[in-house]
Write a protein that binds this ligand. Structure first.
Ligand code: NAD
Ligand code: MG
Length: 396
């Protein structure tokens, strides 16, 4: 059953509506006419798609990060009642407007301020934007506690854990186990990885996702970011978070209890299942995700992750142990390095090297305020950008 017949429509805001998670969210909303009213939609620069979405869904307002997109967006929405705003501040404002439910699906630390604005007003926040927790996890979780906001994980692994995690009896949980597909380069040695292009890195075997997270999956930094995400969402120390490679992406993650029971959530690799879970929460709704046919899948396999071929996993564990600013720095350096790789100025293996060198160059300090996050994030971006330039020069 969709929510439609049983409840008032839920008002929703989608931050990052033009992306992979954003469009999957809209797909579910479109299939449930009458169940949702769209308050605000936001994008970075794709004003054409944003305008189309706003008209189709009859959104009350749109906000676009790139100020240059304001004029064409305004023109595209002329004759409608849809409010239009542009610039980074407009994203925060869009998130601040009253709505019951907010999808946080911007990519990167750019999503921190808008996501926090939604949290601060106590909304139900469906969190896809994992970098928010990686760069400022303690501060974000403090704001959740203070505001009484509901944080629902969208990331498939964390959504899986959320569904089988006993928050009332956390002392009965021995550990959580994140599954990882291993990405498109799972079986390659480092020499073969070194030659890989952005197109090959984003061609994920199981999931269709945005470019940044696809590269993160190829380096396995994605699983590292997810370890930090899980640490905050489930208040687990990193020693109680295991990672296992499971190439079929059918078991989305597991929770191990002290009596030896292990609970898991399974499903086909389609983000519309975890998104639907959050969109209908605490009810459930229909999702068009392909149904799991276990007999057809026949075999599920597992292997230990390899921190030598995938150094990102080691870097994340080290950054978590170092604490303070280290995860913020790791995240920012990774964003810069992935961007440089996508622009073909550095090689695939340079990504983790740049992250490692940025971490080594910036002494760890405390993160007590958002100002601290901002300062370390900025410093790390500058340091990583310089490193990326020197890698680009030495390759040329
Ligand atoms: P995407 O690149 O497809 O979309 C990103 C969205 O954010 C777009 O709407 C874009 O316009 C907007 N955006 C990008 N930069 C921005 C900026 N500087 N300011 C404002 N808006 C900006 O990314 P995606 O794959 O949808 O991923 C979104 C987030 O969800 C990421 O944090 C990712 O790690 C996470 N996530 C994605 C998936 C997936 O299947 N795609 C799964 C789990 C988690
Ligand atoms: Mg995930």
């Amino acid at each position: 059953m969709a929510l439609a017949s049983t409840a008032d429509p839920r008002s929703v805001t989608i931050l990052g509506s033009t992306g992979s998670v954003g469009t999957s969210t809209i797909d579910l909303i479109r299939r449930n006419p009458g169940a949702y009213v769209v308050e605000a939609l936001t994008a970075n620069s794709d004003w054409e798609q944003l305008a189309r979405q706003a008209i189709e869904l009859n959104a009350r307002s749109v906000a676009i990060g790139d100020p240059h997109a304001y004029e064409p967006l305004k023109l595209a929405l002329a004759g409608t009642n849809i409010g239009v705003a542009a610039g980074p501040e407009s994203l925060i404002e869009a998130a601040s407007h009253q709505s019951d439910w907010v999808m946080a699906a911007i990519v990167g630390a750019a999503g921190l301020a808008p996501t926090l604005a939604a949290i601060r007003r106590g909304a139900i926040v469906a969190l896809a934007n994992k970098e928010v927790l990686v760069c400022a996890g303690d501060l974000v979780m403090e704001e959740v506690a203070r505001s009484g906001a509901t944080l629902l994980p969208v990331d498939s692994e964390h959504n899986a854990i959320f569904q089988v995690f006993d928050f009332e009896r956390m002392d009965t949980i021995e550990k959580i186990i994140l599954t990882a597909s291993g990405g498109p380069f799972r079986t390659l040695d480092r020499a073969a990885m070194a030659l890989k292009t952005p197109a090959q890195a984003v061609a994920h075997p199981n999931w269709k996702m945005g470019a940044k997270i696809s590269v993160d999956s190829a380096t396995m930094m994605n699983k590292g970011l997810e370890l930090i995400e899980a640490k905050h969402l489930f208040r687990m120390p990193q020693e109680k978070i295991d990672i296992v490679v499971h190439p079929q992406s059918v078991i989305h993650s597991l929770v191990a209890y002290i009596d030896g029971s292990v609970l898991a959530q399974l499903g086909s690799p389609d983000m519309r299942t975890p998104i639907a879970y959050t969109l209908a929460w605490p009810a459930r709704m229909q999702s068009p995700s392909p149904r799991l046919d276990l007999a057809q899948i026949a075999n599920l396999s597992f292997e230990a992750p390899d921190p030598v071929r995938f150094p990102a996993l080691r870097l994340v564990r080290e950054a978590v142990s170092a604490g303070g600013s280290a995860p913020t720095v790791l995240n920012a350096a990774n964003e810069i390095a992935v961007h440089a790789f996508l622009n073909e100025t550095i090689g695939f293996l340079d990504i983790a090297e740049i992250v490692e060198q940025t971490l080594a160059a910036i002494p760890v300090g405390p993160i007590d305020t958002l100002g601290d996050v901002h300062n370390f994030d900025k410093h790390a971006r500058e340091t990583a950008a310089k490193l990326a330039e020197s890698y680009a020069r030495s390759a040329a």
